[in-house]
Design a protein around this ligand. Structure first.
Ligand SMILES: [Ca+2]
Ligand SMILES: [Ca+2]
Length: 115
């Protein structure tokens, strides 16, 4: 007696097993989200070099916006987008930079407006 918590269940404390189960579930959720971003990344990264170049971004925007915007406007958007999200300043969007861009744009639900 006196050792009633030996069953593995402790009030307010998660057992190691519960913890592991939760972490596994969380990482699966995170992976799901990552897959979508990964899919988008590969869609943009046409040449598959692991970076989205301004050129690739421009090609994609052109497709999305079709004729809604002039080429000049698209180029401005691309330049602004890359400038904003290119954290290491190499002029390209790496996987993580691109995913930040996705996260930011889906949060704000921005339709980029050009003055
Ligand atoms: Ca590329
Ligand atoms: Ca970069």
């Amino acid at each position: 007696m006196g050792n009633s918590s030996s069953s593995g269940f402790q009030d307010g404390v998660m057992s190691k097993k519960d913890m592991e189960r939760m972490q596994r579930r969380f990482s699966r959720l995170a992976n799901g989200r990552q897959d979508r971003a990964e899919f988008a990344f590969q869609l943009y990264d046409k040449d598959g070099d692991g970076f989205v170049s301004p050129k690739e971004l421009l090609a994609m925007l052109r497709k999305i916006m079709s004729h809604a915007l002039s080429e000049k406007a698209l180029e401005q958007i691309v330049a602004a987008t890359v400038a904003e999200h290119d954290k290491d300043g190499d002029g390209l969007l790496s996987r993580s930079e691109f995913k930040n861009l996705l996260a930011a744009s889906s949060e704000a639900q921005t339709s980029i407006s050009v003055g």
